[in-house]
Design a protein around this ligand. Structure first.
Ligand SMILES: NC(=O)c1ccc[n+]([C@@H]2O[C@H](COP(=O)([O-])OP(=O)(O)OC[C@H]3O[C@@H](n4cnc5c(N)ncnc54)[C@H](OP(=O)(O)O)[C@@H]3O)[C@@H](O)[C@H]2O)c1
Length: 582
């Protein structure tokens, strides 16, 4: 007869399900640093539905999502579930697992009790009309990441999963290795193979950012297995050997370049041309590593803000930049000329559907995918593993934690079907990858958006603007206009033509016009050639906060203030800063 609860070191016979289980729980009252947020507790083993499976967890994968779950930001995952009707006041995380099937629901046909499985983290409602119609469930409104957006993840003796999440465990891997690769492997697979107009064909060069990272190491191996030529970007010479052993043709060290960040403004001829020179240098390095002058058919992106301009520029005509994260920031700047003239695709991608997870796992089963596990932890070290990740002191590569597996190195029941590349990650490397947000964030839609409370002190544009306008004409020279600005100690002039405001000439416009020209040449230019045409105007009765948003959106520092459509003043960032400091 089954015991009420089994100690973590004590294994219930296969198929025997106790009433309760040991688990690492997060509760709202202890949200915060992972060392404190995760606590051991005993809770009832969850009931499974007809299409679900209860898996006895041998090992679990570690990823950043449950650092966020522990912190309770940006989303309180427990409150979010309670709001949708689930009653549990705790969260059991864990979005990667290897284990043994202990119980199946009555509709389950793909696995049986005793099967050794790995689990992917995509869940959806099988009754969702979109899913029932045979569409990609990744677009279903019911899609959720198991073990982050759902409860009963893999940080417990038993986890509750949908049957389709279960895939055969590679026999040549230990429990901890098998628990470490599915999330990153499947994400990389969808990115590379999920967009039918951009298949990887033999000898296609593919550029992979963060080649020694979790996603990048999988991407290198997938591209190699599919016959493409992976070229990785890394931040240190010590990672090059690792990427090459995994199958990269070669690497580019991003520390040899310094053109990162948002794209310079296209009017900034010197800044833009300097950027262009640097990005061409990066492209030349790509050709050098590839050994021929061909551009990447696919660019595998996740750093985001700092690298997107380079990725879009480098990508081949008709190629695709595919992205699943914005680790360095979310405001991607794109030179649209390269996007439309060369007909490139900028494609978002998020985790993977069954077809893609199974195809990726097939590579693992065939021995074509090294799980790239860098470190495994004991059950008791589960909070520590998350704390290290929180503090950016974790090792590179994929990490796992033992749950019911009694020791490291167990679970391997066969030799690999072929040679799996051995690759060791460099040790002692500083881990500086920022993690601004979890991989899955609930983005409010029209129906789902909560009321948002915003503090606004009610100030209006007319309270802060500079009354009166100082103007110039389109035919004036830059020298005259600049003199007016300097004499009157102002940063911009309204440009008037035939009595109407037709643009603004700012000091920035003058500086940009000066870029790349001799001083005399710039001085003689006409205001009409240099001004920012069309006036960015704002009504004097508009809230100051709205005016700030307008300036930020347009990346400008001032607005022409109008009252009854007549220019009455100028509002500049300086005026707002003055208000801030009183
Ligand atoms: N949407 C999804 O389904 C999904 C799934 C998995 C992961 N993700 C997200 O994808 C991102 C990467 O995941 P991961 O597991 O590969 O993380 P990781 O193991 O930390 O690797 C990230 C790599 O990015 C590189 N990197 C760091 N800063 C960079 C910069 N400024 N410019 C260029 N490269 C930089 C680093 O390599 P070097 O320093 O050597 O260049 C690092 O190895 C994370 O934000 C993660 O949350 C999304």
């Amino acid at each position: 007869m089954a015991k009420e609860v089994y100690d973590i070191a004590d294994h219930p016979p296969v198929g025997t399900v106790p009433a309760k289980m040991n688990a690492w729980l997060i509760r709202p009252e202890r949200f915060g640093q992972p060392m404190k947020a995760f606590q051991k507790e005993v809770v009832p083993v969850p009931e499974i539905k007809d299409d679900e499976v209860l898996v006895y967890v041998m090992a679990a994968g570690i990823n950043y999502n449950n650092v966020w779950a522990a912190l309770g930001i940006p989303v309180n995952v427990i409150a979010a579930r309670n709001k949708s009707g689930e009653k549990e006041d705790f969260h059991i995380g864990g979005s990667d697992a290897s284990g043994i099937v202990y119980k199946v629901g009555k509709d389950v046909t793909n696995v049986k009790v005793g099967d050794e499985v790995v689990v992917h983290c995509a869940t959806w409602d099988r009754n969702c009309p979109w899913v029932k119609a045979g569409n990609d469930p990744m677009y279903s409104p019911s899609f959720k990441i198991w073990g982050y957006e759902t409860n009963y993840g893999s940080f417990a003796q038993f986890t509750k999963v949908q049957a389709h999440q279960c895939m055969p465990k590679p026999k040549h891997m230990t429990w901890e290795e098998a628990a470490s690769y599915v999330l990153v492997g499947a994400t990389a697979y969808r990115m590379l193979c999920g967009w039918k107009e951009h298949p990887i064909k033999a000898n296609d060069p593919i550029l992979i950012w963060g080649g020694a990272g979790g996603l990048g190491s999988m991407a290198i191996q997938i591209v190699k297995a599919l016959g493409g030529i992976p070229i990785a970007v890394v931040s240190g010479e010590d990672k090059i050997d690792y990427c090459i052993k995994l199958g990269a043709k070669g690497c580019i060290n991003r520390k040899d370049f310094d053109h990162w960040g948002m794209l310079p403004h296209w009017k900034d001829t010197v800044g833009y041309n300097n950027w262009m020179k640097a990005v061409r240098g990066f492209g030349a390095k790509f050709w050098e590593v590839l050994g021929e002058k061909r551009s990447p058919k696919i660019v595998f992106e996740h750093p985001g803000e700092t690298t997107i301009p380079t990725s879009i520029f480098l990508c081949d005509t008709g190629g695709m930049v595919v992205i699943c994260a914005g680790t360095t920031g979310y405001n991607a700047t794109v030179d649209l000329r390269y996007l439309w003239m060369r007909q490139k695709r900028f494609q978002g991608s998020h985790f993977a559907n069954d077809e893609q997870c199974y195809a990726m796992n097939e590579l693992a089963l065939r021995g074509q995918l090294n799980p790239c596990m860098s470190r495994a932890f004991t059950y008791d070290e589960l909070p520590l593993s998350h704390q290290l990740m929180h503090d950016n002191k974790h090792p590179h590569g994929n990490m796992a934690v033992l749950i019911c597996a009694p020791d490291f190195g167990l679970g391997k029941t066969a030799d690999a079907p072929r040679f799996v590349p051995e690759a060791a990650l460099p040790k002692g490397d500083v881990h500086d990858t920022p993690h601004p947000y979890p991989l899955s964030v609930p983005l409010p839609g029209v129906e789902t958006a909560d009321d948002i409370k915003i503090y606004d002190d009610g100030a209006l544009v007319r309270d802060r603007m500079h009354p009166g306008i100082i103007s110039c004409g389109t035919g004036d020279t830059l020298a005259d206009a600049a003199k007016t600005m300097v004499d009157k100690d102002i940063h911009a002039l309204v440009v008037i033509d035939a009595g109407k405001a037709v643009g603004v000439l700012s000091q920035t416009d003058i500086v940009l016009a000066r870029q790349g020209r001799k001083p005399d040449e710039a001085r003689g230019m006409k205001v009409g050639e240099v001004m920012t045409a069309g006036c960015a105007t704002i009504d004097a009765g508009t809230k100051l906060s709205h005016a700030i948003t307008e300036m930020m959106k347009r990346r400008i520092h001032r607005l022409l203030v109008t009252e009854n459509d007549k220019p009455v003043g100028v509002l500049s960032m300086t005026d707002i800063v003055r208000r801030l400091i009183g």
